[in-house]
Design a protein around this ligand. Structure first.
Ligand code: NAI
Length: 252
């Protein structure tokens, strides 16, 4: 078979970095890429959560913090050392929670939210861009949120970080488009993960949330991963600078 996978002409399987890989949307994304024959570097602060992923074919795991320049550099270096290149970076790690604006410690919590949710994306971009360029182009997908498109009660700091990601992606996309590097985001609506587990498990609260979603249900993490996959794929080769809502119609 001259065009089979072992032909010298076959392009190498794409190499993808996923942050926040140990749980939820990130974990579903790692599994989807691995199933489809991609090679993946999975970065997370949660060492135990990464263990099941380390057993997957073509997946290398790394314990690190996206708010650290060194962790981002190590993750990209691992992709290049282990798999020879980097084609995409899925900058997904994020944390929630802030508490009332006037509560003690609110400023410190806000600074940590920004360090993970915004600085983490900036550092991920800075680490990934030279490697994407060296691969002849590529793409980045950050995880924003419907909370970046609107206000919600009690999550002012989180909403600020997710709005920041949307415009960071727009501006960075302009800067790198001519080099064939695309920069996009997804804006998930309510998705059943560790982050939302308490809300999903509370029948009254869960019904309140889903009653406001046109699709009338929470998303599965896999439904987010599918859109991330599309955005990094050649099918999305002319898509850059956008944030795609994946929210069952919540932001419609
Ligand atoms: P999750 O809590 O299940 O997974 C987040 C992962 O990120 C965890 O494995 C955690 O250890 C990791 N992480 C946290 N801080 C980190 C750091 N500093 N460095 C490296 N890894 C770190 O949550 P989920 O829901 O999968 O969240 C993924 C992204 O999706 C987040 O950015 C979140 O804000 C966003 N999102 C989630 C929604 C939802 O309803 N679940 C809705 C909209 C956005």
């Amino acid at each position: 078979d001259p065009v089979g996978p072992h032909s010298p002409a076959a392009p190498p399987a794409p190499v993808v970095l996923v942050t926040g890989a140990a749980s939820g949307i990130g974990e579903a994304t790692v599994r989807l890429y691995a199933e489809r024959g991609h090679r993946v570097v999975a970065l997370d602060v949660d060492r135990r959560g990464l263990e099941p992923l380390a057993a997957l074919e073509g997946v290398a795991v790394l314990v690190g913090d996206v708010a650290s320049e060194q962790s981002n550099a190590e993750a990209v270096a691992l992709a290049v050392e282990r798999f020879g290149r980097l084609d995409a970076a899925v900058l997904n790690a994020g944390i929630g929670g802030a508490g009332p604006l006037e509560a003690p410690g609110a400023v410190e919590r806000f600074e940590r939210l920004f360090a993970v949710n915004v600085r983490g994306v900036v550092l991920g971009l800075r680490a990934a861009l030279p490697a994407l360029r060296a691969s002849g182009g590529g793409s980045v997908v950050a995880t924003s949120s419907v909370s970046g498109l609107r206000g919600d009660p009690g999550t002012w700091g989180y909403n600020a970080t997710k709005a920041a990601v949307i415009n960071l992606v727009r501006a960075a996309a302009i800067d790198y488009a001519a080099e064939g590097i695309r920069v996009n985001a997804i804006a998930p609506g309510g998705t059943a993960t560790a982050m939302t587990a308490a809300q999903v498990a509370d029948p009254t609260f869960s019904r309140f949330i889903t009653s406001r979603i046109p699709a009338q249900r929470w998303a599965d993490a896999r439904e987010q991963a599918e859109v991330v996959y599309f955005l990094t794929s050649p099918a999305a080769s002319y898509v850059t600078g956008v944030t795609v809502p994946v929210d069952g119609g919540l932001s419609a």
